[in-house]
Design a protein around this ligand. Structure first.
Ligand SMILES: [Zn+2]
Length: 240
């Protein structure tokens, strides 16, 4: 999705394979496109381009709404399982794994601040400790081979300045906003369109999210997200 042609309209280019992943991709990219379309229409050019902190909220919110709608419509147990597991994989990859990356990133910066050398060996050891802790290696839930210690080297985001935590705050904000839209309906939907989709970077990202209906300075949206995660697991267990 490219929304940078301010006076024209957003462009979406995708490979559509007529399956659920393609549909979800389309919902995701159209979230970005609507964010750009509304912000370009309502904001002057210097304030139209939104911050990374809110960028993945619109896209992830669309994915969440799509998943809910699809689940409501499916009667087949296999299809319900597929959708729920896809949702759980989304939480694993975007919530837990990116939080894990962010924790590793913090450890690396702390080493640098203490004036320590950043060698491949120390980074491998730090990364392996964190992956094993997140995946329950010591509790014997998952065996994480030593080789995984080098995974950090393949993740380009570690060479940017604190990027990955925003995937976590993004999915948390999106999950909480999707719940409000589902529970409250029209007023929540209008608040979201006016104060987030149309707001570009007209204020601090955290303030825009507060006006749109989610306050990331409190623990509530994180709790709502963990409840959504737990609900999906319980539904899978019930289907099994
Ligand atoms: Zn995206």
């Amino acid at each position: 999705m490219d929304g940078s042609a301010y006076d024209v309209h957003p462009y979406v280019l995708g490979n559509y394979l007529d399956d659920y992943n393609s549909l979800s991709m389309l919902a995701h990219e159209m979230g970005h496109a609507m964010h750009s379309a509304y912000s370009n229409a309502k904001q002057p050019y210097p304030k139209a381009d939104y911050a990374i902190f809110v960028a993945e909220v619109a896209s992830t919110l669309n994915e969440a709404l799509l998943a809910e709608r699809m689940l409501e419509r499916q009667r087949s147990r296999a299809r319900q399982m597929f959708l729920l597991v896809a949702q759980l994989e989304g939480f694993r990859q975007t919530l837990f794994r990116q939080a894990m990356f962010a924790e590793f990133e913090l450890v690396v910066y702390q080493r640098a601040e203490r004036g320590e050398a950043l060698t491949a060996d120390t980074l491998n050891a730090d990364y392996l400790e964190i992956v094993r802790r997140y995946y329950g290696h010591d509790e014997r839930l998952v065996t994480v081979d030593t080789l995984y210690g080098v995974e950090w080297a393949a993740i380009p985001h570690f060479f940017y300045n604190f990027y990955v935590f925003q995937y976590v705050t993004g999915i948390v904000a999106a999950t909480a906003l999707a719940e409000r839209i589902r529970d409250e309906g029209q007023p929540a939907r209008e608040r979201y369109i006016e104060h987030l989709l149309s707001a570009g970077r007209s204020d601090a990202p955290i303030t825009l999210l507060q006006r749109a209906g989610v306050d990331l300075t409190t623990s509530t949206p994180y709790e709502v997200t963990m409840q959504a995660f737990t609900r999906a697991i319980e539904r899978v267990e019930a289907l099994i």
